[in-house]
Design a binder for this molecule. Structure first.
Ligand SMILES: *Cc1c(COP(=O)(O)O)cnc(C)c1O
Length: 495
């Protein structure tokens, strides 16, 4: 299986190991597989009897053909082991009737980013060996909170790789700050910057593009790499849990082999829902993909009108991981529906004017597969409260957006197929807002909200968030945004 850029008409030339190491294509496009491998109903039925790591290794093997099945199985078993994914890697929990919640947050940081970031570093470590790389990869991450912690946990103690995370000193919650500052591992570093998230992100981009830095690193046996969500190595592992969810529906007798089902995904960068679309192209019988957005509903508008227009207000919401105006992975969907020439044109328009319109035939194809709904802040809070009161299910803010979208879709369409709704974070990850929605009270603080929520709902705080305040702080450095490059050199011990 070879890979090519979404913006190029040239034949595919890159191996999986090469694109996992490289991340982004040289022309600015995203890497995509040259063809979509098939998954037969017979294969799906066989997977029903397998563990999550085996399901994952078998699906990944179809895309990562330069990795052996044994390598993939070893990595999947290490990534999705029962002590880091307590309660299972991706359990399906019934919400009500035909609505099922796919919980993707049982990993070491209590958010769904773990599903990809626990396995991708292992794939990268092997990619370095497979491509004959002798230098150490330095992963630089700018984070607004969740990705940084998930990346630290994923890359911790992985051979051939070091990781350094920058976060805005006043731009993350107290819980997120503590999670990062207390990170364990010998190959990790965390640094706060005086500035906002954009400053952190711009700073990282400047360092990546700074020839003097690149050369200095090279002379000392290092090179820069990124853990960005547009890396195919993060996307491929996300295909697995859609297949796994269907296996669980079959095993529980909620579907017969071949019966269709719907999927609803709380969407930000469009990676998670795109992985579901790939599963559908492979042969998984998904009927509709419901794209759920918060008040930043650019994708809802796009899926309803065919116009993508980023010239609009940006809102900070209680589901911050979905506060996005440019959904990078949408480019991959455009490639598979419109081809590389049109995709390159749309992306050029997006960069110059911030807006593009897809052609009627492209829009028709998109509408066949996708529908968009959104929930504003009030609707999100009400959904959290209703789910708790009606079903005894405690949903996080992002998950609540998806539950609301699924309910809107069912009401409008009358479609009663089984509905798998992604739950992307533990309610304790966003305990303050969940506590507010459920009790209508104000928590004393971010950190106090964890215990308060546990007490109010008699539910348990997941292990990654237990006893945070008691853990030893390892990283407390704060630098000016102009000093990020110096902080990198200092971490690596380079003059
Ligand atoms: C990253 C994230 C999302 C959005 O996922 P995309 O793949 O970017 O669409 C949704 N919810 C949570 C909790 C996240 O961390």
């Amino acid at each position: 299986m070879l890979y090519k850029s979404t913006r190029s008409q040239a034949a595919a030339t890159h191996s999986a190991a090469q694109i996992i190491k490289q991340g982004l294509a040289a022309d600015g496009g995203l890497f995509v597989p040259e063809k979509i491998p098939s998954l037969t109903m017979h294969e799906i039925e066989a997977l029903c009897h397998e563990s999550y790591p085996v399901r994952a290794a078998k699906i990944l093997a179809k895309f990562l053909s330069d990795y052996t099945y044994e390598e993939l199985l070893a990595d999947c078993e290490a990534a999705y082991n029962a002590s880091s994914f307590v309660g299972g890697a991706a359990p399906l929990v019934n919400l009500d009737g035909n609505k099922e919640i796919l919980e993707l947050w049982h990993g070491p940081t209590a958010a769904f980013k773990d599903m990809a970031l626990q396995i991708m570093p292992r794939l990268l470590s092997r990619a370095l060996k497979k491509t004959g790389e002798e230098r150490t990869a330095l992963i630089l991450v700018a984070t607004s909170g969740d990705t940084g912690k998930a990346a630290l946990e994923g890359y911790k103690d992985i051979e051939g790789i070091k990781i350094m995370v920058f976060y805005p000193v006043d731009g993350v919650s107290r819980v997120q700050k503590l999670q990062m500052a207390t990170q364990m591992g010998d190959n990790v570093n965390v640094c706060a910057i005086e500035g906002n998230f954009d400053d952190a992100q711009t700073g990282v981009k400047v360092i990546f593009g700074d020839d003097t830095m690149v050369q200095k690193l090279n002379e000392n046996g290092y090179f820069f790499s990124s853990a960005n969500s547009i890396n195919w190595g993060r996307l491929a592992p996300q295909i697995v849990y859609y297949v796994s969810a269907y296996c669980d529906l079959l095993t529980e007798g909620k579907c017969h082999a071949g019966d269709p089902f719907n999927v609803c995904v709380p969407t930000g960068n469009f990676g998670n829902i795109f992985a579901a679309y790939i599963a559908k192209l492979m042969g998984l019988p998904i009927n509709k993909l419901i794209c759920a957005s918060n008040a930043n509903n650019i994708l809802t508008d796009f899926l309803r009108t065919g116009t993508y227009d980023r010239n609009r207000d940006f809102y900070l919401t209680m589901s911050p991981s979905m506060d996005i105006l440019i959904s990078s992975n949408l480019e991959r969907l455009l490639y598979f529906t419109a081809g590389s020439e049109k995709t390159a044109d749309y992306m050029k328009r997006l960069n110059t004017n911030g807006v593009y319109h897809v052609d009627a035939d492209v829009f028709a194809k998109l509408s066949e597969n996708f529908v968009g709904y959104f929930a504003d802040e009030e609707t999100t809070a009400n959904t959290i409260c209703n789910c708790w009161e009606q079903y005894g299910y405690l949903a996080d803010t992002h998950t609540a957006v998806a539950i609301s979208a699924a309910e809107q879709y069912i009401k409008e369409s009358g479609d009663m197929l089984p509905m798998v709704i992604d739950s992307t974070a533990s309610p304790y990850k966003f305990a303050n807002n969940v506590y507010r929605a459920v009790t209508k009270n104000e928590p004393e603080s971010d950190l106090a909200a964890l215990d308060a929520l546990a007490e109010a709902t008699s539910t348990a705080i997941p292990y990654p968030l237990c006893g945070l305040a008691q853990r030893k702080v390892r990283f407390d450095k704060v630098v000016a945004k102009e000093e990020m490059a110096a902080a990198v050199l200092e971490y690596l011990g380079i003059e």
